[in-house]
Design a binder for this molecule. Structure first.
Ligand code: FRU
Length: 326
């Protein structure tokens, strides 16, 4: 690609409305604003795999230079993603995967590790004994499948921990709440609940509080986002016990995409780090996040100032040209 040409990056997002994915898009846009001549095509499949397949077909017609995709469910999205890749379009898979390895790069955390760390953590917090409920995401999505595998593997060595009860919350708070309300809870409740994201962990907190009042089920989630009613805030306010940080990788996706398009070196598997956030480090996380937010506001202000100056400059040049010509 020559420098002056406009390049097109398409992003097929499985769902766009939740805080985690809004964060991801925000990060992408910030990174995109640092690159010239990039057209960004964005499609949101609203949790629906058939919609996402159709949207990918439409995207292909635009002949993009690269497609970033977070596949809603692995198996249903595999044929279309494979065929686009075989047709020569570079593919960056992010957060969730298909069932094949036909992609140029993966950007995101290792979901097996996320599940594994959750298992290890609860195993040790429960002192090797107890009864855990899992609230999974969409069973066909790779993130849910991998978190479940990792969790299972980590708890294998804990013989006195029961962890085979699971309900399907489909990644959505309201759906998790509905599933929990019809779930036959044990008389004394669970010792712990592993919800595969913080929104479903919040649903668990609310239902458990309704059923048992103030009790000590250790509820853990995944994501640890800043912002009201997101992970960090929920841990801080003791509504959930812990969360696994799950970085959105928006910035890294765009960086990887640009590297691929311009023929620079890139990592085939760009794995972002995940770690446990709980009462021991939540305060530090909060302070750091607040600082990042104010820094971002400063950067945005500087950018706006630069744009204003550019506008004034262009205006002055026009006046000058006009004066010279007349
Ligand atoms: C957001 C989300 C996150 C979760 C991820 C898994 O849509 O549900 O909460 O960590 O997707 O793919």
């Amino acid at each position: 690609k020559r420098n002056e040409e406009t390049i097109t990056i398409a992003f097929s997002q499985c769902v766009g409305s939740d805080a985690w994915r809004r964060n991801m898009l925000e990060e992408m846009k910030r990174e995109l604003s640092l690159n010239k001549n990039v057209e960004f095509v964005y499609q949101d499949a609203n949790n629906n795999s058939l919609t996402q397949i159709q949207q990918l077909r439409d995207i292909a017609k635009k002949k993009p230079d690269l497609i970033i995709i977070s596949p809603n469910e692995a198996a249903p999205l595999t044929p279309i993603v494979d065929s686009l890749f075989k047709a020569g379009i570079p593919i960056v898979v992010t957060d969730r995967k298909t069932t094949s390895n036909k992609y140029s790069a993966y950007v995101g955390a290792d979901n097996y590790q996320v599940g594994y760390k959750a298992g290890e953590y609860l195993g040790s917090k429960l002192n090797g004994k107890g009864n855990i409920l899992q609230i999974t995401g969409l069973p066909l999505s790779s993130a849910s499948q991998e978190r479940e595998k990792g969790f299972y593997e980590a708890l294998k060595s804990f013989r006195n921990i029961k962890h085979n009860t699971k309900i399907n919350g489909q990644w959505i708070r309201e759906n998790a709440e509905k599933a929990l309300l019809t779930h036959p809870f044990p008389v004394n409740g669970y010792d712990a609940i592993f919800a595969f994201n913080d929104q479903m962990a919040l649903a668990a907190h609310q239902v458990v509080a309704q059923l048992y009042g103030n009790q000590n089920t250790r509820i853990i989630g995944v994501d640890a986002l800043p912002g009201l009613d997101n992970g960090i805030d929920l841990i801080y306010n003791k509504k959930i016990y812990a969360s696994l940080l799950y970085p959105t990788g928006g910035k890294e996706c765009i960086q990887t995409a640009m590297a691929i398009i311009s023929g620079r070196a890139y990592e085939k598997e760009l794995l972002l780090e995940s770690f446990v956030v709980d009462s021991t480090n939540v305060h530090a996380m909060k302070v750091q996040n607040d600082k990042l937010i104010t820094q971002q506001i400063d950067i945005d202000r500087q950018q706006k100032l630069l744009e204003d100056q550019k506008r004034v400059f262009i205006g002055q040049q026009r006046t000058l040209n006009f004066l010279v010509i007349s």
